[in-house]
Design a protein around this ligand. Structure first.
Ligand code: GLC
Ligand code: CA
Length: 557
């Protein structure tokens, strides 16, 4: 039986600050805007906000390039606004998680600037500097955002490592003094009353630097870097130390962006694990090849998706706690990923919501997911903002695609698909901003998809209410996850069971109708995305993309 914890019972809502609500008319979302919309988050039923980075930053990667960990970027408001957000949210019973980005800083961070100025200063040890091979980089690793992972300093033979963009130099966790600086930052924020952190790219902090030319795996002559910078042996010492010196002292909630292989799960999220939970990428990146090069999407099936979800739930639940999610700021909109264009509608959207929100774990909802927001198709690659998008677009063109074909991949997978402004209502810029120019285009479909009169939103509210209800909370939160295997290929079904009380979730992931035999005793449809669900002769009849939650063993309230 799981130990109870407040964060296990929570529903998390992720806010991408640049795109949530603009309060001062500059076309960019900000902290005051978020404060103004807290009532919306409360009404949805979420009780934790994960706030993507708002620290001082030149914004080459929208704040994931931090120049000062102690201050809010003026674009988002003031330090006092952040204090006010924590306090106002607290009054509504909403806790705040910030994003912790400590694999790298911005190249504009004071530490990096000082390291460049004086290679003999202690700051030079804060980053990963290496000599090149006669002016060539130490090796041919490709950074995650494309191009060499090494950047040459001036005309010298000295290079620094950046596994993301060249404006995001990697920190050297081997340096004890640097680690202390990081713990100081974390404790500074936790002392302010933060509930915890979502921890960025943390699997990458230990590097296994090797010189040489590795077999290239692309037209650029470079090779995938992951094998030397992901979950490298020894990383556990850093993670353990960080936990002991920071999170543990505050009883924080932590969710790590870390793709953890099964055999390491126990160390990461077991009884004395480093984190409360980790995000699993296996089903959200089902359309991306292992190399991360999303311009070459995979062919996947609903059956594979079911296997991945079941595998993840079984592996994680036997050891710790899960963090199921459909979307985040690095993913396109889930509806466009999982459902063919012609079948995108409120049924398929709510079916996806039902499938994920009932899994065991703390659900994470990304802003606009609850409205059924969709991908955007901008006219030109120049309308986009995201560095990863530019990289994948040019890789696609380099690999021989036409510009039109490359743009089609962007329509499917660009991170900007989910970063467009939040669609509040039918007024100018969907109510996001009254500026004539928003930092990223508003999706023109806001006239029909927005937070007013929205069936998807109503469904999310109902399912969250179920999770919070006296009668069902216990089973929805703590009930065992039991996969149902013998369904037809395009149905995903599972049970949640606790003390002889059962919930069954069935999702008909296809445009065809079908029937499914139920285990005996299931007769009451608790929640469905259709009207008039039908159970007859122990069978449920499912319409296209129908999602039903059926109960048994509960005493009527
Ligand atoms: C994480 C963030 C992503 C960012 C990257 C580099 O993957 O979620 O948005 O680009 O780290 O910090
Ligand atoms: Ca603003």
């Amino acid at each position: 039986m799981d130990k109870t914890a407040w964060w296990k019972e929570a529903v998390v809502y992720e806010i991408y600050p640049k795109s949530f609500q603009d309060s001062n008319g500059d076309g960019i979302g900000d902290l005051r805007g978020i404060i103004d919309r807290l009532a919306y988050v409360k009404a949805l039923g979420a009780d934790v906000i994960w706030l993507c980075p708002v620290y001082k930053s030149p914004m080459c990667d929208n704040g994931y390039d931090i120049a000062d960990y102690y201050h809010v970027d003026p674009m988002f408001g003031s330090d006092e606004d952040m204090d006010e957000l924590i306090a106002e949210a607290g009054r509504l019973g909403i806790k705040i998680l910030m994003d912790l980005v400590v694999n790298h800083t911005s190249d504009e961070h004071e530490w990096f600037q000082k390291a460049l100025e004086d290679p003999c200063s202690k700051y030079a040890d804060y980053y990963v500097f290496r000599d090149g091979r006669d002016g060539e980089p130490p090796n041919n690793w490709r950074s995650y955002f494309g191009g060499s992972a090494w950047e040459r300093i001036g005309d010298s033979n000295r290079f620094y490592l950046h596994i993301f963009d060249k404006k995001q130099p990697d920190l050297n966790w081997e340096c004890e003094e640097l680690r202390k600086e990081i713990y100081k930052i974390i404790n500074y924020w936790l002392d302010k009353g933060l509930a915890g952190f979502r921890i960025d790219a943390i699997s990458n902090i230990k590097k296994n630097i090797r010189y040489g030319t590795f077999p290239p795996d692309g037209e650029d002559g470079l090779c995938y870097i992951g094998d030397w910078v992901l979950n490298q042996p020894g990383i556990e010492n850093f993670l353990q130390e960080m936990n002991e010196r920071t999170f543990m002292l505050h009883d924080s909630m932590t969710v790590a962006e870390a793709n953890v292989p099964d055999e390491l799960l126990d160390k990461f999220i077991g009884e004395n694990g480093f984190f409360s939970m980790v995000f699993d990428f296996s089903y959200t990146d089902i359309d991306v090849p292992e190399s991360g090069e999303w311009y070459q999407p995979t062919n996947w099936t609903v059956k594979e998706m079911r296997e991945k979800i079941f595998h993840s739930q079984m592996a994680v639940n036997s050891i710790g706690w899960a963090a199921p999610y459909l979307e985040n700021h690095d993913q396109p909109r889930s509806i466009n990923k999982y459902i063919p264009r012609q079948y995108i509608n409120d049924y398929s959207k709510t079916m996806l919501g039902g499938l994920f929100m009932m899994l065991k774990g703390t659900p994470f909802i990304y802003q606009g997911e609850e409205l059924g927001m969709e991908n955007i198709r901008m006219d030109s690659i120049r309308d986009y903002d995201d560095i990863a998008t530019f990289n994948q677009y040019s890789r696609a063109v380099m690999a021989g695609m036409t510009e039109e074909e490359a743009l089609n991949v962007v329509y499917l997978r660009s991170r900007d698909n989910s970063r467009t402004p939040m669609q509040w209502d039918t007024s100018k810029n969907a109510g996001f901003s009254d500026s004539d120019h928003t930092w990223l285009k508003v999706n023109p479909n806001y006239l029909s998809i927005n937070a007013e009169h929205n069936a998807v939103l109503e469904f999310y509210k109902k399912i969250i209410a179920l999770r919070k209800s006296t009668q069902y909370a216990d089973v929805v939160v703590y009930g065992r996850f039991v996969p149902i295997e013998n369904t037809v290929d395009n149905v995903i079904a599972y049970e949640r069971i606790q003390d002889e009380r059962y919930l069954m979730v069935i999702c008909n992931f296809q445009p065809e109708e079908c029937e499914m035999l139920l285990h005996s005793g299931y007769s009451k449809i608790l929640l469905s995305n259709y009207e008039n669900g039908r159970i007859e002769d122990g069978k449920i009849h499912l319409r296209p993309f129908e999602c039903a939650i059926i109960a048994k063993g509960f005493t009527p309230s």
